[in-house]
Design a binder for this molecule. Structure first.
Ligand code: 5GP
Length: 195
């Protein structure tokens, strides 16, 4: 089943497993994954052009001022943005385009476009999230605590902003992926085609 011509937003706090869910939704439903630009330095697990396009602040500002970004936000002191053209091209070609972005970016897209579908991934509880942030071993303790604090604020903001179409609790990864796929398929029933 291919979900066609749909802009799908997947958000969630750091460590919740949203990248894994996003990749598996993409594997199963096809379509395209948006590659964001960011001024944050790559981590040891990042691949240039796959996880992000890593750019400097001047280039980011140039893209933002040139209206090349569909949305942008500052997260953890770094700028992140979604290049506009690949998204508009994919949607106009009837493809599924998946964006993994934060709440502020999702709010911008929901206010600018018609028909974007937004999912927010939640942890089973806060302590599980803190444990997952530690298990990733990506950041030092200070950064982990910063991400945990931001995660709690982001979950509250996601609940109160009213733009998310559904919330998925990632207690079991397979179930969370199935739920996301089911939600997307229900949303685009009219435009899904069997392949
Ligand atoms: P990370 O640095 O952990 O890869 O990402 C930090 C946060 O930035 C995550 O919540 C991620 O979803 C968000 N993010 C990644 N790319 C974009 C983007 O293009 N726009 C916005 N608004 N947020 C993004």
């Amino acid at each position: 089943m291919t979900a066609s011509g749909l802009l799908l937003i997947i958000s969630g706090p750091s460590g919740v497993g949203k990248t894994t869910i996003t990749r598996r939704v993409h594997q199963q439903l096809g379509g395209m994954l948006s590659v964001s630009v960011t001024t944050r330095p790559p981590t040891r697990t990042d691949t240039e052009g796959v996880d992000y396009q890593f750019i400097d602040e001047d280039k980011f500002n140039q893209m933002r001022d040139g209206d090349e970004l569909l949305e942008y936000a500052e997260v953890f002191g770094h700028a992140y943005g979604t290049p506009r053209k690949p998204v508009l091209d994919a949607i106009s070609q009837g493809k599924l385009m998946i964006l993994e972005i934060d709440v502020e970016g999702a709010i911008q897209i929901k206010s600018k476009t018609n028909g974007a579908f937004a999912l927010f991934v939640l942890p089973p509880d806060e302590q599980v999230l803190l444990k997952r942030l530690h298990n990733r071993a990506r950041e030092d303790e200070n950064a982990i605590q910063g991400r945990f604090k931001k995660a709690k604020a982001e979950m509250a903001r996601a609940r109160s902003c009213g733009i998310y179409d559904a919330f998925i609790v990632n207690k079991d990864l397979d179930q969370a992926v199935d739920q996301a796929i089911h939600l997307v398929q229900s949303r685009c029933k009219a435009t899904c085609t069997k392949q």
